[in-house]
Design a protein around this ligand. Structure first.
Ligand SMILES: *Cc1c(COP(=O)(O)O)cnc(C)c1O
Length: 380
């Protein structure tokens, strides 16, 4: 095999990252907090156009502090999208709370508003209480149906935590993902739209909440001359060195998002005449996904599994990935209640994530599409 390896989503540096890292070294700001962290947060705030941003050590840390800020504690129930990465749900367990999983709907692949409302009604019937929070995910960059979900959330007075880890740059009705719930979480892990090598951010509604998140993320140390603590603290702040990478990445973010969308468009064109597979697309004008990953679904009656296609691509030196295995199908969450009709499970069994990194060339994308088509022909 002499064809070069095509990766799913490889880091794509902008060129200026080292400049910001050198700034940190020049000033010996090789610590958590510092000027790069402040600058990175301001860049994100300008880009998002709404909310106050606190940079943290991971997207998972952002989701955890989001739940803390919403007052989720021991024994509370938290509604969570089932079709997602486990990092959306694990922080519910960190808080000693109970995840209640909600299925997806076919348009966006995200939380079904109908299943959400059924879940809320049923939890009230069973426990006499409403769940404490709703964790909605913008999966693969596709915004969830936030209007419908927001209406249900306000009807029952339950706040929404938006997991926008995969959706930096995506828009729903012209508003940026991450700003659509009461709190929003972003991730800058190595495979996301931009990277800080590892990091995340919590998007907060105002200064007061942002200051509280900064306080909690730096060990919750009260303003006293000695170390004095009244509440549990965390060591979740982003390092000033990592933030330097983020400062450089923010300078090229619009280009990176544009490229991911162009790759999705190219796949859509290349598969236009191919029967049996469909490229997941924005369901209407309200949705403008960043297409962090381009995903496909294939006909249920073609007689192969995602693993068959994944192995075929691997034999061509192409990395692809199964869709997220729903939380309702994970041994870790076997006891958690689930509300839905099996939509996410069907997607999981008939889909695949294709290489989508902004670093890919048009030729790379064509090579992937050709390999998929050759596989389909061999099955026809
Ligand atoms: C990546 C990801 C996270 C976690 O972010 P980390 O920065 O890796 O902790 C959370 N939710 C979803 C949906 C993700 O894809």
């Amino acid at each position: 095999m002499n064809k070069k390896k095509i990766f799913l989503s490889f880091p794509h540096l902008g060129g200026n990252e080292m400049h910001w890292i050198e700034e940190a070294f020049k000033e010996s700001w090789v610590v958590p907090l510092g000027p790069n962290v402040d600058h990175f947060e301001h860049q994100l705030e300008d880009y998002l156009g709404d909310g106050r941003v606190v940079a943290l050590s991971a997207g998972t840390a952002a989701l955890h502090l989001g739940l803390v800020m919403l007052g989720v504690g021991q024994g509370d129930e938290v509604l969570c999208q089932s079709f997602t990465f486990s990092a959306s749900a694990n922080p519910v367990l960190y808080q000693g709370a109970k995840p209640i999983f909600v299925d997806s709907e076919a348009d966006t692949w995200n939380m079904s508003p109908e299943a959400l409302e059924q879940a809320i009604a049923d939890r009230y019937r069973v426990t006499g209480r409403y769940p404490k929070a709703i964790v909605v995910v913008d999966l693969y960059g596709m915004p969830a149906k936030m209007k419908e979900i927001g209406d249900i959330a306000s009807k029952y007075g339950i706040p929404v935590l938006e997991d926008a880890a995969e959706a930096l740059g995506s828009e729903y009705r012209k508003a940026k993902c991450g700003t659509l719930g009461r709190f929003g979480a972003l991730s800058f892990n190595g495979n996301k739209v931009i990277t800080t090598s590892g990091g995340g951010a919590l998007i907060c509604p105002d200064n007061e909440t942002a200051e509280r998140v900064k306080f909690l993320s730096t060990q919750a140390r009260e303003a006293m001359p000695y170390y004095y603590h009244k509440v549990v603290g965390y060591n979740y702040r982003l390092s000033n060195v990592s933030a330097g990478i983020g400062c450089g990445q923010m300078e090229v973010l619009p280009e990176r998002v544009a490229r991911r969308r162009a790759i999705h468009d190219l796949y859509s064109t290349l598969f236009k005449e191919t029967s049996g597979i469909a490229v997941h697309d924005n369901p209407s004008e309200d949705f403008d996904s960043n297409f962090w990953l381009t995903t496909i679904l294939f006909d249920e009656n073609l007689g192969f599994t995602p693993e068959d296609l994944r192995q075929h691509l691997l034999s061509q030196n192409i990395e692809s990935r199964w869709l997220w295995r729903p939380m309702s199908m994970q041994p870790l969450f076997a006891d958690a209640p689930f509300y839905g009709d099996g939509t996410a499970e069907r997607l999981f069994n008939h889909g695949l994530c294709l290489p989508s990194g902004s670093i890919l060339t048009d030729d790379d994308v064509a090579r992937v599409a050709d390999a998929v088509k050759a596989f389909l022909q061999s099955k026809a």
